[in-house]
Design a protein around this ligand. Sequence first.
Ligand SMILES: Nc1ncnc2c1ncn2[C@@H]1O[C@H](COP(=O)(O)OP(=O)(O)OP(=O)(O)O)[C@@H](O)[C@H]1O
Ligand SMILES: [Mg+2]
Length: 275
Amino acid sequence: MTFLEVRDLSVRFGRRQQAAVSGVGFTLDRGERLGLIGESGSGKSVTALAVMGLLPEYAHVGGSIRVRGRELLGLPERELSRVRGEDVSMVFQEPMTALDPTMRAGRQVAEVLRLHHKSGRARERVLELLERVGLDDAERVADAYPHQLSGGQRQRVCLAMALVNSPDLIIFDEPTTALDVTVQARVLGLIDEMLDAEGAGCLFISHDLAVVSQICDHVMVMLDGGVVEAGPVAQVFERPGHPYTAGLVATARLDLVPPGQRLPTVADFYDRGRP
Ligand SMILES: Nc1ncnc2c1ncn2[C@@H]1O[C@H](COP(=O)(O)OP(=O)(O)OP(=O)(O)O)[C@@H](O)[C@H]1O
Ligand SMILES: [Mg+2]
């Protein structure tokens, strides 16, 4: 059975006429890695939050989101939080907002473990998890408050929390955007290893096409709340089927263009059709 099946997903906020997301559909199986790209405001995060059941109450969500055949839309919050705990987890762009600033890092990991944080076993599991995400000084990190950690360390703590219950799917929303370039590369390497080791699938939101081709096997392109194109990464990036994707790919290759030479813009593709 397909692990995640999203069909004709639509999201509107409050009384706004314009849908933030409409007609979005995709499937994800265990071990599959789907990248999600598209300009700011195109509906990437809203799509991810819908799958997690984390949209605010004033969001009107339509369509269908099934995990192992079970419809999530309309499920009571208690059931949804179980899905979030066990089947699907999420890592956000800004680890500082995902962590509770008033609680030591180790305790936050223990809470997800649902073990009492004062028990010796919880401590042992927490340290084990922190070591697994490359935090060598696990003891010190566990006892620190989030503000006492670096951005990279905080994001590793979030990764540890996302791994706790061996989810089948991890959703990443720009997980390395807030980090320094060198830390970014290391955290990406870690994500790649983690997914492999767990055999977990991912929905990976990024504006960086190079990162998507490093991490993902498939990619979906969003524009104005809809999916304009989807397919294997190599196919979509090498032979984009939609002018918008072609524009994104051209922009991503900016660095490769010799100085003085002008890159085609999205408008060019629309004006003249595909080159
Ligand atoms: N909580 C909210 N209330 C009202 N409108 C929202 C809310 N969250 C998102 N939107 C709107 O939904 C649309 C899609 O937003 P979304 O955050 O999914 O974009 P995105 O593709 O993730 O962009 P970015 O790359 O900047 O993160 C935008 O028009 C945004 O303003
Ligand atoms: Mg977003």
